[in-house]
Design a protein around this ligand. Structure first.
Ligand code: ATP
Ligand code: MG
Length: 256
């Protein structure tokens, strides 16, 4: 069943060295349409590096990345986003000075067709487009339970809600796949549980999700498949129940 779904993201043989530190060595993984794939591993395993390379923020030394039929290697982060590949960052990136709604609307930038002058002069097409963008952003906020916070300054929200705002912003670009880098980091148990429900709902809507996470309870609960990285290498891959009992995984986390 799951294996019949097309591969939306294909990472093949990715390697990256940072001045002597081999962050990734020949990593391959596939994300299928509409699946939640967990990517776990101890600190420094290379998880963020993989997301940075796939999203175009860091350049790989070797390897290929395909999103659907597009080879991404030569594309800018903006071109990758325009194809429908979104990400969030491990460390929160709220735009201070903007409201929650404005933060989310920023994420829809790639969808906007009106140019600077049309927007500046508030010509009808620009106004209609902005209204539509606001409507979409509000709808995403209400799905994430933040509609009543839309007009508050984003920096005034508690940390857990700011983390939702950055997810909402990534969703505003209407991606088909999203790379989440430790979305549960810093959240309490209840917030993590809510986040799990949100991610499951996104999957139900057809989104493919790569979930990098240290909260293994969350990963084991919502992921269909898990890839384990250790020191830049894939050491295990499979359904959560197999991964949990894999001796190589236990050794990577706990030491011999
Ligand atoms: N820009 C950089 N310059 C130098 N070294 C880097 C850089 N980015 C990452 N590294 C190194 O590459 C390795 C992998 O780091 P990465 O951030 O990808 O790990 P991670 O799995 O995301 O870890 P964590 O769970 O702590 O977030 C680490 O040894 C890190 O110090
Ligand atoms: Mg990281």
């Amino acid at each position: 069943m799951a294996e019949k779904r097309p591969k939306i993201l294909k990472v093949e043989n990715l390697s990256k060295n940072f001045g002597g530190v081999q962050a990734l060595r020949g990593v391959s993984l596939n994300l299928r349409a509409g699946e939640i794939l967990g990517l776990i591993g101890p600190n420094g395993a290379g998880k963020t590096t993989l997301i940075n390379i796939v999203s175009g923020v860091v350049r790989e030394d070797a390897g290929t990345i395909f999103f659907e039929e597009h080879l991404l290697n030569e594309l800018s982060p903006w071109q990758r986003a325009a194809l429908g590949l979104a990400r969030t960052f491990q460390h929160i990136q709220i735009f201070a000075g903007l409201t929650v709604l404005e933060n989310v609307m920023c994420g829809a930038h790639r969808l906007r067709k009106t140019g600077f002058w049309e927007t500046f002069l508030r010509l009808p097409r620009a106004v209609a487009e902005e209204d539509e963008c606001r409507r979409q952003a509000l709808s995403i906020l209400s799905e994430l339970g933040l509609a009543d916070k839309a007009n508050l300054p984003a920096e005034n929200l508690p940390y857990g809600e700011q983390k939702k705002v950055v997810i909402a912003r990534a969703l505003a670009s209407r991606p088909r796949a999203i790379l989440l880098d430790e979305p549960a980091g810093g959240l309490n148990e209840k917030e993590t549980e809510e986040l799990g429900e949100i991610i499951l709902r996104l999957r139900e809507k057809g989104l493919a999700i790569l979930l990098v996470e240290h909260d293994l309870n969350l990963v084991m609960r919502i992921c269909e498949r898990v890839v384990v990285l250790n020191q830049g290498e894939v050491i295990a891959e499979g359904p959560p129940c197999e991964i949990q009992n894999d001796p190589r995984v236990l050794e990577a986390y706990l030491g011999k």
